[in-house]
Design a protein around this ligand. Sequence first.
Ligand code: B12
Ligand code: SF4
Length: 469
Amino acid sequence: MQSSPSNTVTSPLAFSSDVSVEILQQLAAQQKTRKRWLLVQPVSTTSMMVDSGTVSMPLNLIMVATMVGKLFDVTFIDERLGDKVPEDLSGFDVIAVTSRTLNASKAYRIGDAALLQGKIVILGGVHPTMLYDEAAQHCSSVVYGEIESIWTELATDVLNGKMQRVYRAKELKPMSAMQHPDFSYALSSRSAKKYSSRIPILATKGCPVGCNFCTTPTIYGKNYRYRELDLVLDEMRYHQKRLDKENINLSFMDDNISFRPQYFMTLLEEMAKLGVHWNANISMNFLDKPEVAELAGRSGCDLLSIGFESLNPETLKSVHKGSNRLGNYETVVSNLHKNGIAIQGYFMFGFDGDTEESFQLTYDFIMKNRIEFPVFSLVTPFPGTPYFEEMKPRIRHFDWDKYDTYHYMFEPEKIKGEKLLENFVKLQQEVYKGRAILQRMKGKPMNWVWLANYAMNRFTSKLSTKNYY
Ligand code: B12
Ligand code: SF4
């Protein structure tokens, strides 16, 4: 457990110019004692490689801590590091928990225990946003979407001790309302060495592509916002100074960083001057242009995560993945490889259009194109998405602990469940066999991507279909 230390790494950027900030500060100053918040990132119970080993710093909760810490005392617990929520919560006034679906039941248990002790309990994050009626049963208040857009109201109510059931912004604030994240909340844990050295950073929010299985279009609609370039670049320079080196590793948390090509290209031009390394999630729609891949490589990109999802055009159409054109897959890969950029390729199975042949096609594509880090998941309709509504009658269970994209959710039309899983396990084992790793990785830089392959070799060799039920 760690408290907000007095010698926090201070933000180089001022608090947003919102006039209500001053009023809030006055209201807080009138209180006899500062209210004490406990912020929790719960650990999930999944046996898959999600919350084990090195984990990424939770930018979502760091953003919450940064806002809250301006007015209140903050204690920050990331259970994924092994830190524990105390049973006795008498030292706190407010317990605020972030949650995705895979750790929702854990978040609810924390919420229930805190309510029993008479605390103000706030739940936020993707799952409480999508299912706020369910989440409201385990807390005093649910925050719908991002904290920045409802902070004034939420903070005022906490100060006055009168909470509303759901806080939902009428309109989203521009991204300049986003604070410069204060990483000291996360980094001061004694177990912080379990965090990946990649620093999470955010330039844009939203993704209007509109895939029907994704929560982003439901939460943020067709909205796409971006931070002023200077703010993003200042944050990078700040980390370079903090770590006293130029070549820091940044990891963009953006849903789809390339959606506004001009913004993206200008950002990369500026990053090229800074000498940083970076990785990001990206949709492939304009990576088929060689000049984009060239600039990405020049600006320090060492890995891009791309949702190839499926090699079946009918499947891509059925999930509204308009950004993917099968005919472009090989061009995109070759453009990135020519510029020294490794690919984390996401592939999903369990779609109605899948057959045994889909697995062979995917294997051939990965091996031929030497995809460095293939990741396989089972189609998971997340609550609140259009896909969830469509599939609801066929979903086998609503056990949120299994909504980690590695559990068998429904029987596809063209392949029986056990056959699907047999092929799913076999594909992973084939792709991560020693020989296959060499074929995909030979001649590539000796870095963490090799280590990831090694870890996957060990992990997949023990897999069986039972892991997925
Ligand atoms: C980057 C990312 C990752 C990264 C980093 C994750 C991390 N450590 O935070 C990596 C690659 C590691 C990852 C892993 C996974 N991810 Co992911 N990921 C994302 C992505 C694209 C952005 C998340 C992010 O950091 N955004 C930036 C932050 C600042 O914004 P934010 O998260 O929305 O947080 C704001 C609000 O939600 C709110 N808020 C959040 N928490 C709280 C708490 C309180 C109390 C309050 C008041 C407010 C509040 O305020 C925050 C600040 O504005 C999201 C898509 C999305 N937009 O949510 C998917 C997403 C969260 N991931 C998803 C999934 C499925 C996964 C994995 C299960 C995939 C896998 N099989 O490995 C794992 C789970 C890891 C885990 N233990 O949680 C799903 C989750 C769906 C669901 N319903 O649960 C999402 C929504 C994508 C999708 N398919 O729709 N992911
Ligand atoms: S391209 Fe990615 S972020 Fe955008 S809607 Fe589809 S899955 Fe979500």
